[in-house]
Ligand binder design. Structure first.
Ligand SMILES: [Fe+2]
Length: 366
């Protein structure tokens, strides 16, 4: 079955036979007719790839037919078959915007010219069709990939968002539970009310001033809030004793960093704050507890929490003493710099007036 179709309109039966044979050799399916009305009808039914029209006015206006065929078959090759040389001259002077007509004078000697012309045109048509189908296939493929990409994108984004939300909710629930626990310990003793929150605030500001890594600040604040979590394991008789502790009681009280560490070790979310929990009672000179660490060997988070914790103890009322004013606290902290506390951190704490954060509230007795 030929891929391409030709429509022949010619008044002469012999010429139709000759043209049909020639076009069939070029592998074209040929429809031929002597009537312009019939040709127009066939043209509307299927757009042919090549249209060959004779020209024999006034009976047959081949030029008019080819011009009109553009509407039904815009891409077709149009060939006008003329006998009279004058028509050819007339065609050469047509406006460049007129529909394309390839002129051919149907003399016996130019039959090979017509064959070559139509043969080349058919090859060109083949290429154009292949290109069109390739473009259509690629466009379809592109569209499919785009749709699939968009769908995948939407699904991945939704799932990621759900996972992130779940993780954040879980993390928040853990945090709330642990804060609740720390506050419960704190609430046992009315004198330490607000202690955890203030220690966390002092520690956070001091850490920022000390150039603590930004990505670790949240963890540090969390660790400072929970540094005394081990007090959950201290007997109330010792924890809440209004007076000074005896040696046995002190030794029990000093177990709280390790008890806290044991709790933190079992809870994954607390792993990053284990150092602050375990080592916030170490001393710069190595005489602290529980590990008797010294100087820089004490984790930075623990050194920061130690100062925040000490300052809050000095500046607030306790059963056995009243809270000291800021300047007096700063003097005491400086006095202990290099023995109990990291001297550089103490200098920062004092010079940046970090203790002043809650000064007004503490003065107002809140
Ligand atoms: Fe403590």
């Amino acid at each position: 079955m030929p891929r391409f179709r030709a429509l022949v309109l010619h008044p002469d039966r012999a010429a139709i036979g000759e043209l049909t044979e020639l076009l069939a050799h070029l592998d074209l399916a040929v429809e031929a007719t002597g009537s312009a009305t019939d040709a127009a009808r066939r043209l509307r039914q299927h757009a042919p790839h090549a249209i060959l029209a004779g020209h024999d006015p006034p009976g047959l206006d081949g030029i008019g037919f080819l011009d009109a065929s553009v509407a039904a078959a815009p891409d077709a090759l149009r060939v006008l078959l003329v006998e009279a040389p004058g028509v050819g001259a007339e065609l050469e002077h047509r406006a460049p915007t007129a529909p394309a007509i390839v002129r051919f004078i149907a003399r016996a000697g130019q039959r090979s010219h017509l064959t070559a012309l139509i043969g080349e045109a058919i090859k060109l048509l083949g290429l154009v069709e292949e290109q069109r189908s390739l473009v259509a296939r690629l466009a379809g493929e592109h569209e499919r990939l785009k749709r699939r990409g968009t769908l995948l994108d939407v699904v991945v984004k939704e799932r990621t968002k759900e996972l992130e939300d779940s993780y954040l909710r879980l993390k928040e629930a853990h945090r709330q539970a642990l804060f609740g626990l720390a506050e419960a310990i704190e609430a046992k003793d009315p004198y330490t009310k607000g202690h955890c929150g203030r220690v966390a605030a002092y520690a956070l500001v001091l850490a920022k001033e000390a150039g603590y890594p930004a990505e670790g600040l949240e963890t540090l604040e969390f660790g400072a809030f929970l540094h005394d979590i081990g007090k959950i394991g201290i007997r109330d008789a010792v924890l809440l004793k209004p007076g000074p502790l005896d040696d046995v009681e002190w030794s029990h009280m000093r177990e709280h960093p390790v008890k806290g560490y044991e709790i933190a070790r079992r809870i994954e979310i607390l792993h990053p704050i284990m150092a602050a929990v375990r080592n916030h009672h170490e001393r710069w000179d190595g005489t602290g507890y529980p590990d008797r660490m010294k100087g820089d060997a004490i984790p930075l988070a623990a050194r920061i929490v130690a100062i925040a914790d000490a300052y809050d103890a000095m500046s607030t009322d306790r059963p056995y003493k009243a809270g000291l004013p800021l300047a007096e606290c700063e003097r005491l902290l400086r006095k202990c710099a290099g023995t109990m506390y990291d001297p550089e951190l103490i200098e920062l704490f004092v010079t940046r007036r970090i203790g002043a954060i809650y000064e007004d509230e503490l003065a107002a007795g809140e």
